[in-house]
Structure formats: structure tokens, C-alpha cells
Design a protein around this ligand. Structure first.
Ligand SMILES: Cc1cc2nc3c(=O)[nH]c(=O)nc-3n(C[C@H](O)[C@H](O)[C@H](O)COP(=O)(O)OP(=O)(O)OC[C@H]3O[C@@H](n4cnc5c(N)ncnc54)[C@H](O)[C@@H]3O)c2cc1C
Ligand code: SF4
Length: 507
């Protein structure tokens, strides 16, 4: 029986059991498609990275002797749509069986379910053999009563025996968060980021020839991201040896001289499945067991992957498609134009956005407490915020983007992901970064022309959403402080926020 097996762009799992045996009746189908390049405006590096990683994967499969059809974006047979291409290839191959791995994106999952349902052809669905929790287990975990992230994470630690001493957590603690999160004051040297140096100018020319729109720097002549398994392992080993020992300590730090600090930059390699989360976790654990990294750093890193990454996926499948429409605060303001250029006098935003345009990367706290924080305080429509995050970051795939953006960062889900909105005034940004030192605005001022916009927008946010937030036990303190302020001071803050909202494009 002839069969076609579909491989989506984020299903580049080199160790999947599919590839163990070579079979002449099986054709693997990999496709660059306008359907995928056009559903949101993508960063140029994101387009190149996916196309290059798919090309490398197809080449690897062919070398192993597998039959592969790899549609390049400008191939004449390429119908540019998932379903039309599958239909065409099934006919060309004379296939009667269609097989695919569970997509991680709801949109693609639905397309395939519908097509298989309305088609007379036999089909079979496989696991991607990537995540530590299987789709059906997620329904069980998140079905009736959603666990807190910490409960979920501890359960995963026990289940996989990660950082455990018998049935107790290693060194007696589940969570070393309080040991982490220092500001960086240039006191500790940061090893240089390991960049790769690919020449992907041909891929970029094909993207341009196809008329695909994009934004951000393409860096095609000296492309820095890993796009294959071997390259991903090099980045992983470098991280474990050089960066992991100080990972936790400066996890939240931001600085104009440092873009990556001790972050791993492994999200693209993991999200495309070139690296498995378990191998990354096990290497980190081994560094602890061999005395090469302290428990606080290793636990902090493992929590991001075994905890947050798996947890976000659970939330996604438990709450989609409704999640993508959530707008708890009914925010409807447009995204300021400078999110696409970095041209703002607010130094923190200028720095984080410019870096994102140049690198297709920002670390977690830059995403959460700078760009996300401002968008939430300014009442930006979460759909516009989602589209921006989904486009700009190299690692942005909806299951992990939307849960972080609409959920964690914008609180548009009303508390499904987090227990309170992640917002701050300038004080936090000043404490965790040096951005305020060279800013047009003054982080200490709340009103007046030089006042930092975060300060008045912060109070305006809490004031206008009082009915939605004041009963939240984690926020009570904010309202007690607000209520103690003099009426004139409150009015001045709200007036300042209104002025900044009117002038938002000029900030
Ligand atoms: C608004 C917003 C949007 C985000 N969008 C994405 C996205 O589209 N894709 C994405 O992979 N991550 C996203 N994140 C989570 C996180 O910021 C990135 O995973 C991380 O910055 C990637 O860089 P790194 O590989 O250097 O991570 P490190 O700091 O080295 O962390 C190690 C790994 O942990 C995982 N991780 C860390 N935090 C999270 C998290 N909150 N959720 C899921 N996994 C996590 C990632 O796989 C990451 O590679 C977003 C966060 C925010 C606040
Ligand atoms: S003063 Fe305000 S706008 Fe400027 S860098 Fe600091 S927090 Fe950002």
C-alpha cells in the first residue's frame, strides 16, 4: 500500500520512530507554503530559519534513503495550500493511505481533521514524540480542574524523576526562584553568544521572488540561528558549559550592553523539534550532578521547560479556540506604529524593539515586562499584540505564543494563565535594567513633560479596571495605595495618562 506522510515545518524531529526504517512505498511530504508565510507578517529571519531547517531535514531524509517530496516556495507544482498540496501529492504517488503527526497548532489540526473526515482515503495519526506530556494526558490534567503551574511542574518532576532525591526534590526544595533574579551591574562577565554563520542568501532570494512580505533584518549572508540537528546540539552544549551556571541569577536582568545574558536561545531548535525537551533537561541535570552548575540555576532552567513550556501547551489545548478571542479588559486601542520600527523616545521600548527587529529575539522579561507591559497598560487590542509577537520572534508558534501573550502577558484570559496581570511602573524597569539611565523620560517623575509614561499609565490601568481587579487578593495593596493618594494627585496622574494616550504615536 502506498502512503504519504506529512511533515510540518515545526515537526523536524530527527529521532522520530517514523524514520527508523526505509520503505519505498512511503513518500514524505515537506512544503514551503504561502498559506504559512501569509497568515501573519513574519520576521525575515523566522521565514529563513523555517525554510532552511525544512531543507536540511529533507536533505537528511534523502541521505538516509527515504523518498521525499519537498515543495520549495516557487516550485510550479506547489499549490501553496496544505490541503491542495496533500491532495495533489496523494494522486501523483497513487497513495491510498495518508499519515500525519498531531499538529501543535489548532488551525492546522482542524484543517487536517476536516480533510480526513471528508475524504475517502484511509488515514492514521501519530504522536510527534517530542513533548513530555501527550495530548490525551493533557485533557486529563487540564480537563476538570486546571492545576496551578507549580503543581503541574512538581508532578512532572516526580513522573520523570528529574532533580529528585528519592521522592523528595533535590536539596530539599522544589523551587529556587528566590535565589535568582538579580540585576546585572556589569559585575560578572557574560560569555559571548554562540552565533552560527550560514549563507542563506539563496533562500532569501527565493522568498523575495515569491513576493512574501516580511519585516526585520534578514541577516541572510551571516545567519546566526541553528537550522539542523548538529548545529542545535552545538548551541545546547555551549549553553550547558558556559551559560547554565549563571542562568537563574540574571534571568530577569536587562541591560543595553547585553542582549542574551545567560539565556539559552534554544527555543527555535526546540519548537521545531530539532532538539527534544527531555534531552535538554537531562543535559542540564547532568551538569548539576557532575558539579558543573548549581542547583538553583539548573532548577530554574528546567522549570522553564518541564514546567512552563509543557504547561502552556496544556492550557492551549484545554482552551482553544475560545482562547484566541479572549479580551477580559475589552482593550481595543491600535498598536503604536513604533512597535514596528523601534522609533520611540522610551529607551526601554526602543532598545527591546530594535533588538527584536535585528535579532528576531528578546528574552522573557523583555517580552513580558517591557513590550508586553506597555501594551497592557496602554489598552492595546490583544489581537494586535498577538499578531506582533507571532510575527516578530524566531520561536513564535501559536501554541506557545498566544498562551504567553494573550494569557501571561496581557491577562486577556482573565486569569487562566496567571493569577494577576504582569504590569509595573518605571520602578521595576529601573531596578532590573540600565534603560532608564539614558532615557528621554525620568523614571522618578509621575507627571509633567519628562515623566515616564509607565508611571501614569500604571495607575490609570488600575483605576479604569477597578471593577474587574479589586477583588483579586494579589492586587489589594495597589488599590489601598491608590485610595490613600490625595484627589488632586490622582487627577493629575489620570490627566497625564490621558495626554500620553493621545500622543502615543509620539512617545
Ligand atoms: C509575551 C511573550 C511572548 C512569548 N512568545 C513565545 C513564543 O512565541 N515562543 C516561545 O517559545 N516562547 C515564547 N515566550 C516565552 C519565552 O519568552 C521564550 O521561550 C524565551 O524567551 C526563549 O528564549 P530562550 O530560548 O533563550 O529561553 P531561556 O530563557 O533560555 O529558557 C529556556 C527555555 O525554556 C522555555 N521557556 C521559557 N519560558 C517559557 C514560557 N513562558 N513559556 C514556554 N516556554 C518557556 C523555552 O523553550 C526556552 O527556550 C513568550 C513570552 C512572553 C512573555
Ligand atoms: S524612564 Fe520610563 S520609558 Fe524611560 S527607560 Fe525607564 S521605564 Fe522606560
Amino acid at each position: 500500500m502506498k502512503k504519504v506522510r506529512l511533515i510540518l515545518g515545526d515537526q523536524l524531529n530527527y529521532r522520530h520512530s517514523w524514520y527508523k526504517a526505509v520503505d519505498d512505498n512511503t513518500t514524505y511530504l515537506i512544503m514551503e507554503m504561502k498559506q504559512e508565510t501569509g497568515y501573519v507578517l513574519h520576521h525575515a529571519q523566522k521565514l529563513i530559519a523555517f525554510f532552511a531547517a525544512m531543507y536540511n531535514f529533507a536533505t537528511w531524509l534523502r541521505r538516509k534513503g527515504h523518498r521525499v517530496i519537498h515543495f520549495k516556495i516557487n516550485d510550479p507544482e506547489n499549490r501553496q495550500s496544505l490541503i491542495e498540496n496533500i491532495t495533489y501529492v496523494m494522486n501523483v504517488c497513487g497513495a491510498t493511505l495518508f499519515e500525519y503527526q498531531l499538529p501543535d497548532e489548532y488551525r492546522l489540526d482542524q484543517q487536517l481533521i476536516q480533510w480526513c473526515k471528508h475524504n475517502a482515503i484511509d488515514y492514521k495519526v501519530y504522536d510527534t514524540e517530542h513533548f513530555l506530556s501527550r495530548r490525551e494526558q493533557l485533557a486529563e490534567f487540564f480537563g476538570k480542574r486546571q492545576p496551578l503551574m507549580e503543581t503541574f511542574y512538581r508532578d512532572m518532576r516526580r513522573r520523570y524523576g528529574i532533580l529528585m532525591a528519592g521522592d523528595q526534590p533535590e536539596e530539599g526544595r522544589w523551587n529556587f526562584d528566590t535565589d535568582n533574579r538579580a540585576a546585572w551591574k556589569e559585575q560578572e562577565p557574560v560569555p559571548p553568544a554562540l552565533q552560527q554563520h550560514h549563507d542563506y542568501r539563496t533562500i532569501w532570494q527565493e522568498i523575495e521572488k515569491a513576493g512574501i512580505e516580511s519585516f526585520g533584518q534578514n541577516k541572510a549572508d551571516n545567519f546566526p540561528w541553528p537550522t539542523g540537528r548538529r548545529q542545535s546540539l552545538i548551541i545546547l552544549d555551549y549553553f550547558i558549559q558556559k551559560l547554565l551556571p549563571a542562568f537563574g541569577k540574571y534571568q530577569d536582568a536587562m541591560h543595553t550592553q547585553q542582549r542574551y545574558f545567560f539565556h539559552s536561545r534554544l527555543s527555535f531548535a526546540m519548537n521545531t523539534k530539532m532538539l527534544s525537551p527531555l534531552e535538554v533537561i537531562q543535559k542540564a541535570e547532568q551538569a548539576y550532578r557532575t558539579g558543573n552548575a548549581p542547583v538553583a540555576a539548573v532548577e530554574g532552567f528546567i522549570r522553564q521547560i518541564l514546567g512552563w513550556r509543557e504547561y502552556m501547551r496544556g492550557l492551549y489545548w484545554a482552551h482553544m479556540p475560545a482562547f484566541s478571542q479572549k479580551n477580559f479588559f475589552s482593550h481595543a486601542n491600535p498598536l503604536p506604529g513604533w512597535y514596528w520600527t523601534g522609533q520611540t523616545r522610551m529607551n526601554c521600548l526602543h532598545h527591546c524593539i530594535t533588538q527584536s527587529l535585528e535579532d528576531a529575539y528578546a528574552h522573557h522579561i523583555q517580552r513580558l515586562m517591557i513590550t508586553g507591559n506597555f501594551a497592557l497598560l496602554a489598552g492595546i487590542d490583544p489581537a494586535a499584540v498577538d499578531a506582533w509577537y507571532l510575527g516578530i520572534y524566531i520561536d513564535a508558534i501559536e501554541w506557545v505564543e498566544i498562551t504567553n501573550t494573550r494569557g501571561m502577558s496581557q491577562y486577556a484570559d482573565g486569569g487562566i494563565t496567571g493569577t494577576k496581570p504582569y504590569v509595573s511602573s518605571a520602578a521595576y524597569i529601573h531596578r532590573m535594567s540600565n534603560y532608564c539611565n539614558k532615557c528621554h523620560y525620568n523614571y522618578k517623575l509621575k507627571t509633567g513633560k519628562q515623566a515616564c509614561p509607565f508611571n501614569s499609565l500604571y495607575w490609570d490601568f488600575f483605576d479604569r479596571h477597578r471593577s474587574l481587579l479589586e477583588k483579586n487578593p494579589r492586587i489589594g495593596m495597589v488599590y489601598r495605595t491608590w485610595d490613600k493618594m490625595q484627589p488632586a494627585a490622582k487627577a493629575a496622574l489620570l490627566q497625564q495618562a490621558a495626554t500620553y494616550q493621545e500622543q502615543i504615536e509620539e512617545l
